[in-house]
Design a protein around this ligand. Sequence first.
Ligand code: OFO
Length: 175
Amino acid sequence: MIDLNEKIVQALNDQIAYESFASSFYLALAYWCDDQALEGCKKFFLRQSDEERMHMLKIYEYMSESGVLPVTPAIEQPPVKYNSIQEAFNKVFEQERKVTAAIHNIVKMSDELRDYNTLNFMQWYVEEQREEEAAIRTILDRIKVIGEGGQSLYYIDKEVEKINDLIVAAEGEAE
Ligand code: OFO
């Protein structure tokens, strides 16, 4: 059993809430995409929703292994509708930037408190966020290149599906 500082326990519980919200946020996005007939984007967001749940569960396990009872957060209502796919991905980027900032904050705190277990545990999240932000940046760049012509939504959806397939393949190789 590891002793966790109270501030770290609070920050980890907050992180559980952020990951839980991220999972619901992506689930809501997946079904907004379904409603817009954007099947590629739906796949991307469904996979992302599952990943965020897994991020959340990893923190439960870490806390539990450290002898701390994790707090299951209340469910916050994510947005239901967007005006465009561009707007949706911009919101996704904003959301991930917030999560990255929270993760970096735990890293900084654990370093200051010389909690090397938490510092080590959080490294995985630092890398995961870097990868997620990079994927979303790529999508936002493709959306810009494709522009707003007649069939742009069709091409955006295909591009997002391709990026999703690459992520799934890379995850398969990493296992
Ligand atoms: Fe993308 O939020 Fe988890 O870590």
